[in-house]
Design a binder for this molecule. Structure first.
Ligand code: ADP
Length: 633
């Protein structure tokens, strides 16, 4: 692992995932190569923000030079490009972990999903964020010189790599704090060695950066550019969110998003507002256009940066957004919070509660607006983040109705899982006499769609919502009604179709319950503890039997989900319902040969049909074969 050429110089290997990232990036992003500058400037800006924040408590970190800026320069002869910042810098350990590994949870998982198809994978890399390593798109050697603010001059660090499998690191003297990144350009990248070209890229991607981005002034003289002994600021260098909306172009909003969101793609939508009143703050909140790879990791970074009067305070201020909106990215800049606010203080702060409420309301408003006015965008949002929004039904009591209005579900009225319906539209197209919103839960769209519990609904043309997302069980256990209409599982409790059934049907059902009383009792005796009850049903048209959960028990689907997650599910026995019109049931009514086997098979197939697992699959197979043989006789 070590190959010392000088006393402190070491060569270390990159983490495997870094190697994969480098390889993928170099091969898939060159058509977008200019973004490397945006990424490096974005990091430099973050480093300046961090220094400013740490210096709030420790002024010495400025080392008597409180200027925070970013400098971009080039050397035509040497064919190098340098991005330097006067930010926080890095210690040796920080360099090794920041520029040698990827410290995001779920990284390994992400890379294991890559297909090797560069076209496809190039898209995925956007979800991951490219960052520092994007330097290797245009450079075949990168050299980083850095020193952490406040450390002695001999604590400088030089990091170097050609983007292959390893990097070298050594301690060097460095008088100034901050980081300087020098790119040795690849063949064919020489157009980047021109002031006007770099200015163009900076204006395009980094205009919104708060710190000044400095470049040496140039003058056109005698047919070429002459360098002057003076710097100029290339970007606008003011906080974008603090400007008024009509001064900001759509492009600027998008570029700013890529910086705060560490994202490669444009955002889907955003909301920018200054809030006045008891709390005064500015919010600029973005909905990304795709889910990050670690969306389901509740420990993953959150996307809101907190500023107090333009001073950066912290990244990932999770108190500013509820968990179910953890995909939102952006900035909140408070005019009231103290500069020395810490995460601990945030947790208890009433001011923060008010800001969170405000931000939550804004995002809900933005989403309702999309749902109403831009169905296509909303469908995209729902596809990416719907499962996370659903968590909100149980998490955010105050906004439950608003969240419920944003929910979308697959339905028996559509052919595929992507064609969804809102609860509002469902109600609008309910059948005459229908009082309730019906749903079925299962572990996949197909299982839900083919559930035997839907038979009577299909026959009567009643729409049923098909819920197959894991979180759906959580949704329906928290959402009992919408706009006065009860949500009812078609696989739970007795089937009461209310006015959807006429008097004749009801009469017939009562009659059959009497007629089959002997049979249902007998099956119950045979199945004993496996079932809570056996009864005649009118849910079924084609199947002989199905299982339903008691009114107050958990559904079979939920019990299975809990077991799969290693949780202990309450042991609720199901109710077996039999179809009095089915030939198998009629035969049982008349014939007593092998009654116990018939009853067991009836139960097992009902369990299979709803996606359950048999306790004794071999026993089931044996019984079915036995019965088949006898039928043949
Ligand atoms: P990300 O910015 O998404 O965390 P990067 O790969 O771009 O990922 O950077 C990794 C880390 O390296 C950063 O989080 C930061 O801690 C550190 N870093 C990168 N550039 C600089 C810089 N110019 N100054 C100080 N630290 C930096």
């Amino acid at each position: 692992m070590t190959d010392s050429t000088t006393a402190s110089r070491e060569t270390l290997g990159f983490q495997t995932e870094v190697k994969q990232l480098l390889h993928l990036m170099i091969h898939s992003l060159y058509s977008n190569r200019e973004i490397f500058l945006r990424e490096l400037i974005s990091n430099a800006s973050d480093a300046c923000d961090k220094l400013r924040f740490e210096a709030l408590h420790n002024d010495a970190l400025y080392e008597n030079a409180s200027d925070l800026n970013i400098r971009v320069s080039f050397d035509k002869e040497a064919r190098t490009l340098t991005i330097a910042d006067s930010g926080i810098g890095m210690s040796r350990d920080e360099v090794i972990s920041n520029l040698g590994t990827i410290a995001k949870s779920g990284t390994r998982d992400f890379f294991s999903k890559l297909s090797g198809d560069q076209q496809k994978d190039a898209h995925l890399i956007g979800q991951f964020g490219v960052g520092f390593y994007s330097a290797f798109i245009v450079a075949d050697k990168v050299s980083v010189l850095t020193r952490r603010a406040g450390e002695k001059a001999d604590q400088g660090v030089r990091w170097e790599s050609d983007g292959g499998g390893e990097f070298s690191i050594e301690m060097v003297d460095r008088a100034t704090r901050g980081t300087e990144i020098t790119l040795h350009l690849r063949e064919g990248q020489d157009d980047l060695l021109a002031g006007y070209k770099l200015r163009e890229i900076i204006k395009k991607y980094s205009n919104h950066i708060v710190q000044p981005i400095l470049m040496q002034k140039e003058e056109w003289k005698d047919g070429k550019y002459e360098m002057l002994d003076e710097d100029e600021t290339v970007n606008q260098a003011s906080a974008l969110w603090a400007r008024s909306k009509n001064e900001i172009t759509e492009e600027q909003y998008k570029e700013f998003y890529k910086h705060v969101g560490h994202d490669f793609d444009d955002p889907l939508a955003w909301s920018h507002a200054r809030v006045e009143g008891k709390q005064e703050y500015t919010q600029l909140l973005y909905i990304p256009s795709h889910a990050p790879f670690d969306l389901y990791d509740r420990q993953a970074r959150h996307g809101i940066k907190l500023y107090v009067r333009r001073v950066f305070i912290m990244d990932d201020a999770e108190q500013l957004m509820p968990q179910y909106m953890r995909f939102v990215r952006g900035v909140v800049d408070s005019a009231d919070l103290p500069l020395n606010v810490s995460r601990e203080i945030l947790q208890e702060s009433k001011d923060i509660d008010a800001i969170r409420k405000g931000c939550t309301g804004k995002v809900l408003g933005l989403l309702s607006d999309l749902a109403e006015n831009d169905k296509e965008k909303y469908a995209k949002f729902w596809g990416e983040f719907g499962s996370v929004m659903k968590e909100g039904v149980g998490e955010d009591f105050a906004n439950k109705d608003k969240i419920a209005a944003l929910l979308r579900f697959a339905t028996t009225k559509a052919d595929n899982a992507d064609e969804t319906v809102s609860l509002k539209d469902y109600i609008a197209r309910m059948k005459d006499g229908q009082e309730k919103i019906y749903f079925v839960t299962a572990d996949s769209f197909n299982a839900a769609k083919n559930s035997p519990h839907l038979e009577v609904f299909r026959k009567k043309g009643i729409e049923v919502l098909l819920l197959s997302d894991r979180v759906d069980e959580w949704v329906v256990s928290n959402l009992h009604e919408f706009e006065g209409k009860q949500l009812v599982s078609v696989a739970k409790g007795g089937l009461d179709l209310g006015a959807l059934e006429d008097a004749a049907e009801k009469q017939e059902q009562e009659k059959q319950a009497d007629e089959f009383k002997g049979l249902t009792d007998k099956i119950k005796t045979s199945l004993a503890d496996k079932v809570k009850e056996v009864r005649v049903t009118h849910r079924l048209t084609d199947s002989p039997a199905c299982l339903v959960a008691g009114e107050h028990d958990i559904s079979g689907n939920l019990a299975r989900l809990m077991k799969a997650a290693g949780q202990k599910a309450p042991n609720a026995q199901p109710i077996l319902e039999i179809n009095p019109k089915h030939p198998v049931v009629l035969r049982l009514q008349e014939d007593n040969v092998r009654f116990d086997d018939w009853a067991a098979v009836l139960f097992d197939q009902a369990l299979l049909a709803e996606g359950g697992q048999l306790d004794d699959p071999a026993g089931f197979v044996k019984r079915v074969n036995q019965l088949m043989l006898e039928m043949g006789k």
